[in-house]
Design a protein around this ligand. Structure first.
Ligand code: HAM
Length: 416
């Protein structure tokens, strides 16, 4: 046996109903809020993420599945969707094509991380992006939609956390304040943090090394270094969240591990998920479209981890549909009629199971029991001669007979 790759998972039949439930609700919510679906490739040029996600991020530094293809191009499996969405938006001039530049996508992402519960090397995201609107009302609507999505899944939320990381005008002052506040203590931090202090001090907040945390907790807050425009924007975002009745906590540590964020950042944390408790995260990125070669357009969005949503889903959600009927053929001569019966039920939109020729009626009934089907439809020589079918309710054992041409109508009625 050749086992699957560490950090990847097979989604098996017992679990797939929960996935379908999450995907169904994701699509429904996105469509309701006016988002159009796009599907972008899993492979992209490596430079898209070096430039988009950012050279100083852990994702680009340590976690990319990057390789040289047979044509000599540097390619990577996408670690996140946002740069791809921006690329597609620019490459296909979607600004002109759509009433609102609101896009969503569902699909697998790849990061070479240390696998643990809720963290995988191949995982799946619902990604949601809005381009071209800088107004804080969009921040409010996007966060409200994210909350509504999680609530509709019946997931218990621990909290909504927000922050503002400022813009290109006020960020340098904050970065300088971080380095200054660290002072001599910088040498006590891990090697990664010392590198971050040189390349992008904001990234120090991404540090997970336990010994570093007390020092990082005491660092200045970005909120205190916002320029006037960023301050007004953040106040407006909070006002919108208040108006929606959403409860939130402002955390100065929420800088998120990606370089493109400006102003608003947010995360929704799930209850009872352990260390990997971010169900979704996102923020505004007002310079990314331009940085990736497009026009100067604002952007904001979020991505939700489907594995974590599936884990957090309440018990019993998305349980597999049980079959309406298992058709049992008794005696050689009944098989052709039994097969036509199964076909007719399926054409009528019912779920019908049937065994394959040669199996004894005993083994068919055993399989019918195992299938969990609601009822057995029995076709033997007697039924065949009388143009009838015997219906046996699996739960009660109750049996009754109906005319062959009434079976579909009868089962459709029973289903309601
Ligand atoms: P992110 O915070 O890197 O943001 O990922 C978003 C979500 O994806 C996380 O909250 C988590 O639920 C899930 N996730 C991330 N890594 C893993 C993993 N290794 N295993 C399982 N789940 C994971 C982004 O990716 C940004 N592109 C979000 C965004 C969109 N910002 C603006 N627009």
């Amino acid at each position: 046996m050749i086992p699957g790759i560490r950090g990847t998972r097979d989604i098996l039949p017992a679990e797939v109903g929960r996935w379908q439930q999450v995907e169904r609700v994701a699509r429904a919510v996105c469509e309701r809020y006016g988002y159009a679906e796009v599907r972008t490739p899993v492979i992209e040029r490596e430079e898209l993420f070096a430039k988009g996600t950012g050279e100083s991020t852990d994702i680009v530094q340590k976690e990319m599945y990057a390789f040289t293809d047979k044509g000599g191009e540097r390619i990577t499996l996408r670690p996140e969707a946002t740069p791809s969405m921006v690329r597609a938006f620019v490459e296909h001039s979607l600004e002109q094509a759509l009433p609102f530049a609101k896009l969503y996508s569902l699909g697998p992402m790849f990061r070479y991380e240390r696998p643990q519960k809720g963290r995988y090397r191949q995982f799946h995201q619902l990604d949601v992006e809005v381009f071209c609107i800088a107004d804080p009302a969009v921040d409010g609507e996007v966060i409200e939609m994210a909350s509504a999505f999680v609530a509709e899944l019946g997931i218990t939320v621990a909290e909504l956390v927000i922050n503002s990381v400022g813009c290109e005008a006020c960020r340098p002052r904050f970065s300088a304040a971080l380095v200054e506040a660290l002072g001599a203590r910088l040498s006590e931090l891990c090697g990664d943090c010392q590198r971050r202090a040189r390349t992008n001090p904001l990234r120090i907040f991404d540090c997970k090394v336990p010994a570093d945390q007390p020092i990082i907790d005491a660092l200045p807050h970005s909120e205190d270094y916002l320029c006037e425009a960023c301050r007004v924007h953040f106040d407006e975002v909070k006002r919108h969240l208040d108006a929606y009745g959403l409860l939130y906590r402002v955390s100065h540590r929420l800088v998120r591990g990606l370089d493109y964020y400006t102003r608003t950042t947010f995360e929704i944390l799930g209850a009872g998920l352990g260390a990997q408790n971010a169900l979704l995260g996102g923020g505004r990125y007002d310079h990314l479209v331009k940085r990736l070669g497009g026009p100067d357009r604002a952007g904001i969005g979020f991505a939700a981890g489907l594995e974590r949503l599936v884990l957090a889903l309440p018990e019993g959600a998305g349980d597999a549909n049980v079959a309406d009927a298992f058709v049992v053929a008794i005696g050689e001569a009944s098989w052709p009629a039994a097969r036509m019966l199964a076909r007719d039920l399926r054409r009528a939109g019912l779920t019908a199971l049937i065994d394959y020729d040669g199996h004894s009626s005993k083994s068919q009934m055993k399989r019918a029991n195992r299938s969990g089907a609601r009822r057995m439809l029995i076709l033997g020589e007697d039924e065949l001669a009388r143009q009838q079918v015997t219906i046996k309710e699996m739960e009660t054992g109750h049996q009754h007979t109906v005319a062959r041409d009434q079976v579909t109508a009868e089962l459709t009625k029973l289903r309601r």
